[in-house]
Design a protein around this ligand. Structure first.
Ligand code: OAD
Ligand code: ZN
Length: 358
C-alpha cells in the first residue's frame, strides 16, 4: 500500500481518520513522553514553571538533569530518591490519551507504543505489554549498580518508606530502579524492535515530548510514513514534511478530535471512564475470557457426549489459580523485557544540550 494520507491539499486530522479507517493501516507506531501524563497530575520535565526540572531547586542540584545522571547518583543518591517518592507508580489514573492507545489496539491498528515515561500508565490503561517499549525503563525491577544483584520491589519500598537509601546485600553498592539514567544504555528491547517497527510503520503519532533526549528523539525522523504531532509546542522536525499533521494543544483534546473523526469517540470515552489507578491489564482479561470460553465448550462437549460416558474427572482449577498463573507470567514478561542492554556508548541516553560533567 502507499503510505499516504488521502486528499491533495494540506492534510488534516480528518485525512488521518480516513487513512486509519481505510482498512490498509495496520501498523501505527506511537512515540510519547511526559506530556501525555500531565493531565493525570504528573508534572513533565521541561515545561517552564510547572516542569519537574524547574522545581528541583530544593534538591540543590548542579543542573536539573543531574537527578537522573548515573555519575551524580553515585555521589548523591538522595536527590533521585527524594524525587522517586513523587514519581513512584501506583498513584495515578491513566489519561484520555492513554485510553486512546488502547482504542487503537482494540481497532487492530496499533503496532507499538514507544514511551519515555516511567509511570506505567500505558499498561494500566490496558495496552498489552508486548505492544509497549518502555524506552527509559521503569520501576518494575531494581538492581545494584555495581554487581547487578536484583533487589525486590518489596525490599526497595521498605527502604523508601523509611527514607533510607537502598544498598546491595551482596556488595554494599547502591541500588536503583531500572530507570535509564543519563550515561546508561537503553533496554535491549528498544534496539531489538526499533528497526522493524520504524520500517513497517504506516502512521507515526508523536505526543507529549520535547524530543530533547537521545536516542529516542531521533525516532520520528527515521520514518517515511505520515506523522501526526499532538503537543503543546512544535518539536523536532515534525511539520517540515508536507505529509505531517501538527495539532498544537493538549494531547487529550487532540485525540478526542481524532477519535471523533474516526467514529471511535463513544468507545474512547467509555473505556476511559472505566480506568482507575489500578486498571486491569487486558491480557489477564483475555486469558480469563479464553479460559471461561474453553470451560463452557468443555461443558457443552460433555453434555453432548452424555454425562454417563465421562470417565475422566477434570482437574479443579479455580479462577483464582488462573489469576495467580497469569500474574506470574506477567512478572516474567516484565523481567525479560526490562533487562538492560550491554551495548556500547551509542546506546546510552543523552540530552540534547550537553551539560558540564559533575
Ligand atoms: P519533557 O518535559 O521534556 O517534554 C514534555 C513535552 O510535552 C513538552 O514539549 C510540553 O510542551 C508537552 N506537554 C506538556 N503537557 C502537555 C499536554 N497536556 N498535552 C500536550 N503536550 C504537552 O518530557 P519528555 O520529552 O518526556 O528521563 O522528556 C524526556 C526524558 O527527559 C524523560 O524520559 C526523562 C527526562 O530526563 C527519564 O526519566 C530517565
Ligand atoms: Zn551489589
Amino acid at each position: 500500500m502507499s503510505k499516504k494520507l488521502p486528499g491533495t491539499g494540506k492534510p488534516t486530522l480528518a485525512s488521518v481518520a480516513q487513512y486509519l479507517k481505510s482498512g490498509d493501516v495496520r501498523n501505527v507506531v506511537v512515540m510519547v513522553g511526559a506530556g501525555i501524563s500531565t493531565s493525570a497530575g504528573i508534572p513533565d520535565f521541561r515545561s517552564p514553571n510547572t516542569g519537574l526540572y524547574h522545581n528541583l531547586s530544593r534538591l540543590k542540584l548542579p543542573y536539573a538533569e543531574a537527578v537522573f545522571d548515573i555519575a551524580y547518583f553515585r555521589k548523591r543518591p538522595e536527590a533521585f530518591y527524594t524525587l522517586a517518592h513523587e514519581l513512584y507508580p501506583g498513584k495515578f489514573r491513566p489519561t484520555l490519551f492513554h485510553s486512546f492507545l488502547k482504542v487503537l489496539d482494540d481497532q487492530g491498528v496499533l503496532r507499538r507504543v514507544y514511551t519515555q515515561n516511567i509511570d506505567t500508565l500505558e499498561r494500566i490503561a490496558g495496552v498489552p505489554s508486548e505492544k509497549i517499549v518502555e524506552a527509559h525503563g521503569s520501576f518494575a525491577e531494581n538492581h545494584c549498580i555495581d554487581c547487578g544483584k536484583a533487589m525486590s520491589t518489596e525490599d526497595l519500598e521498605k527502604f523508601m518508606a523509611k527514607d533510607k537509601i537502598p544498598h546491595c546485600k551482596k556488595c554494599g553498592g547502591l541500588v536503583k530502579p531500572d530507570i535509564v539514567f543519563f550515561g546508561e544504555n537503553l533496554p535491549a528491547r528498544f534496539f531489538k524492535l526499533m528497526t522493524g517497527d520504524l520500517a513497517s510503520a504506516d502512521l507515526v503519532i508523536v505526543a507529549g515530548t520535547s524530543l530533547q533526549v537521545h536516542p529516542f528523539a531521533s525516532l520520528p525522523s527515521q520514518t517515511s510514513c505520515p506523522r501526526v504531532l499532538f503537543n503543546l509546542e512544535s518539536v523536532g522536525d515534525i511539520g517540515r514534511r508536507k505529509s505531517d499533521v501538527v495539532c498544537l494543544g493538549p494531547c487529550d483534546d487532540g485525540v478526542r478530535d481524532l477519535a471523533f473523526e474516526c467514529g471511535w469517540l463513544p468507545d474512547l470515552e467509555a473505556l476511559w471512564a472505566k480506568t482507575t489507578k489500578d486498571g486491569v491489564t487486558p491480557e489477564k482479561e483475555d486469558v480469563l475470557h479464553a479460559i471461561d470460553k474453553a470451560a463452557a465448550e468443555e461443558v457443552a462437549k460433555e453434555e453432548a457426549e452424555g454425562a454417563n460416558s465421562a470417565t475422566e474427572i477434570a482437574p479443579e482449577i479455580s479462577r483464582k489459580d488462573v489469576e495467580d498463573v497469569v500474574a506470574a507470567i506477567e512478572e516474567l514478561e516484565i523481567s525479560k523485557s526490562e533487562s538492560m542492554s550491554s551495548k556500547g556508548e551509542k546506546d546510552t541516553m543523552t540530552v540534547q544540550d550537553e551539560k558540564a560533567k559533575v
